[in-house]
Write a protein that binds this ligand. Structure first.
Ligand SMILES: O=C(O)C(=O)C[C@]1(C(=O)O)C=C[C@@H](O)C=C1
Length: 360
């Protein structure tokens, strides 16, 4: 005789179950049809697919209904991700392993169901995009506490890939380990993360030595094997490896934001609220940088970022990275680039992309 289930074990009243099953069937059929159309759009090129997805997210925000814009946009981000064809063009490379902050940023931008591929270094992310093995890459560009990420700037100085998006992510660091905090002698992390927590470490773990590794998630994996070690990494990395949360939110600045660049073979189209990144080298003579800056002033262009960076393999030569408000398709940006090109030894437009607000 079949065992009679107790009412509290039942999922829901039969008519609710029937309606949910019917709606789910309709959703699955609609997503299937959507995947088919997405595949057709993707066949016309990455730019076509990007526009389709951007419009879909914009419209989703307006369809919000009772759910609220943020939730419905999150649902549609996953619909977009699930519908993308599995092709190199739709693959996204990031600094792995899983649960690095680059991975978290990639999920925010492309969805957890996207084809997200971890690689071992930032240079390898560029390489994947350059070779066409991936259509996009996610790389950290600068941090509000620690400044530029030099590996990324160095890659820009020798790679033809472009920036097609920015993603400022609020970064909260955890101290993770297998033992007790008092027993920690080594703290593994990426140098940027160690630096973002240096005051906390000096105050709470003065006996521990910082051990630089390639990423925060790799640091978590190291700490999992060493009872006298801890890692600075994401909460997600600790959960995946079953590490103990020895301390949380240990970043020195409470508003600790890392700005990621989304890299691709081409820049993004104009949205009306865009920024443009440039890289140039000025002649080594008095006033050369001031002359370059005067171009932006004359064209009324507001700068949002400026970095100087040594030209790799040379002494005394510097590259300047500048970001300004406006899209390279706008006349005044184009004119500024033309004027600067006449003065600079080298100038490259790294890309134009939509301005984004911090998330997370
Ligand atoms: O190691 C990671 O988790 C990364 O994604 C890299 C990185 C970085 O290099 O800035 C990204 C965000 C945090 O600032 C710390 C580390």
């Amino acid at each position: 005789m079949a065992k009679k289930s107790r009412p509290d074990e039942e999922a829901a009243p039969p008519d609710v179950r029937r309606q949910v099953a019917e709606l789910d069937r309709q959703i699955a059929a609609a997503v299937g049809r959507r995947a088919e159309l997405t595949r057709q759009a993707a066949a016309d090129g990455g730019g076509v697919l990007e526009r389709l997805e951007a419009k879909s997210l914009q419209d989703a925000a307006k369809l919000a209904g009772g759910l609220g814009a943020e939730r419905i946009v999150a649902v549609f981000r996953e619909v977009n991700a699930a519908c993308r064809p599995s092709s190199p063009q739709c693959r996204i490379a990031y600094l792995g392993p899983e649960d690095t902050f680059s991975h978290i940023a990639a999920i925010h931008r492309f969805g957890a169901a996207a084809d997200l591929t971890p690689v071992a270094t930032i240079a390898a992310v560029f390489q994947e995009v350059e070779s066409g093995a991936a259509g996009y890459g996610v790389v950290p560009m600068e941090n509000s506490t620690d400044g530029r990420v030099s590996d990324t700037l160095e890659c820009f100085s020798r790679s033809p890939v472009r920036i097609c998006g920015e993603l400022p992510l609020r970064v909260h660091h955890c101290l993770l380990g297998t033992g007790k905090r008092a027993d920690v002698r080594r703290v593994f992390s990426k140098p940027q993360a160690l630096s973002q927590c240096r005051n906390w470490l000096a105050q709470h773990l003065p006996q521990a030595q910082g051990q630089p590794v390639a990423s925060t998630a790799e640091a978590a994996a190291m700490a999992a094997k060493d009872p006298a070690a801890a890692a600075i990494a994401s909460r997600q990395a600790g959960q995946r490896l079953g590490l103990r949360l020895l301390a949380e939110d240990i970043e020195d600045q409470k508003d600790n934001i890392t700005r990621f660049a989304i890299i691709a073979p081409r820049p993004a189209e104009k949205t009306g609220a865009d920024k443009t990144a440039l890289m140039f080298e000025t002649p080594h003579e008095p006033g050369a940088l001031a002359d370059a800056m005067a171009v932006f002033k004359r064209k009324g262009l507001n700068l949002t970022w400026i970095e100087s960076f040594p030209v790799p393999g040379s002494r005394g030569r510097y590259l300047f990275f500048v970001e300004l408000v406006g899209h390279q398709a706008e006349v005044r940006v184009r004119r500024a680039v033309e004027a600067l090109q006449k003065k600079a030894l080298m100038l490259e437009v790294l890309g134009s992309y939509a301005h984004a607000e911090p998330i997370g």
